[in-house]
Write a protein that binds this ligand. Structure first.
Ligand code: CP
Length: 314
């Protein structure tokens, strides 16, 4: 199939076939990163702007590495180093970036919907690198790739996602991504961190963490996103860790070949015990490795879409 999307904004707008195409392309891209010379000329002459209005380690660096491995020119600006600190709006900033003819703008922003708004306004492709509590599609794609590599298929798997679901764009994108590919997603966390109506995305909510991990093929732990919480949603970190943290004892309730995942950054000893994060079932660093391959695949696919075939989101 041909890829025709102008932008990558969320998992809802990707079809199962498009997801499969991205995962297959990423598999081929991963091979480039395993060569002694990790560079191909595929995107020579293309320009990728990384505009991160929120902090990032994994997403920003992996997009930068991905662009460079494909020979694109990539450059990075942050909110604090841009003229937004002088009062320029996001729209004006991105219109000014557009005037310098980049092919792709990778945007991370604290406001949900910011990439969607810009995608309708400007010609370069917009890739959502995380918008507020809404979506983080490239994280979901790299998570799908990592599970696929380890399990062969996603269809029929039981995926437990545990923690601060309310404030997690990773949880939202993964509920949509994993259910689209045929998995059963079970959520757990304090009631104050489970949004009402989340089942509408296709997940079910377990009564507690032990029930969620029971028989799970994959357990994904989430950080408590204090930076997005407006009030205290749990008594103490110690209590949270006891009730919801992933310990070796809790892992034993899962399948014997369970995969332990975390999108990072990890708060060791809070949502996950260090010996579990570093233990034999953990594929946390494989997720990071696959982040480069997925972002190479996406940059390749969206820059290959000719103007005549481009479909912007309506
Ligand atoms: N997973 C993730 O988005 O990590 P960063 O915030 O470091 O990019």
């Amino acid at each position: 199939m041909e890829f025709t999307k102008k932008d990558i904004l969320d998992m809802e707008s990707l079809s199962v076939d498009e997801i499969a195409l991205i995962l297959n392309t990423a598999k081929r891209m991963k091979e480039v990163s395993e060569r002694p010379v990790k560079k191909v000329p595929t995107l020579r002459g293309k320009t990728v702007v990384l505009f991160f209005y929120e902090p990032s380690t994994r997403t920003r660096i992996s997009f930068d590495i991905a662009a460079k491995r494909l020979s694109a020119d990539s450059l990075s600006i942050s909110g604090s180093s841009s003229s937004m600190v002088k009062g320029e709006t996001l729209t004006d900033t991105v219109r000014n970036l557009e005037a310098m003819s980049p092919d792709v703008i990778v945007l991370r922003h604290s406001s949900a919907g910011a990439p969607h708004m810009l995608a309708r306004l400007v010609k370069p492709s917009i890739i959502n690198a995380g918008d507020g509590m809404h979506a983080h599609p490239t994280q979901s794609l790299l998570d799908l790739m990592t599970v696929m590599e380890n399990k062969g298929s996603i269809n029929g798997l039981r995926i437990a996602i545990i923690g601060d679901i309310s404030h997690s764009r990773v949880a939202r994108s993964n509920i949509v991504g994993f259910t689209k590919m045929g998995a059963k997603v079970v959520l757990a966390g304090p009631l104050t961190m489970i949004p009402k109506g989340i089942e509408a995305l296709g997940a079910s909510v377990a009564d507690n963490a032990d029930d969620a991990v029971c028989g799970a093929d994959v357990i994904m732990m989430l950080r408590i996103q204090k930076e997005r919480q407006k009030s205290n949603l749990f008594p103490t970190e110690r209590e949270y860790s006891k009730v919801y943290g992933l310990t070796k004892k809790r892992v034993k309730r899962a399948g014997s070949d369970v995969l332990i995942m975390h999108p990072g950054p990890v708060n060791r000893g809070v949502e996950i015990a260090p010996e579990v994060a570093d233990g034999p079932y953990s594929i946390i660093l494989d997720q990071v490795t696959n982040g480069v391959a997925i972002r190479m695949a996406i940059l390749y696919l969206i820059t290959s879409v000719s103007d005549s075939r481009r479909h912007a989101e309506c």
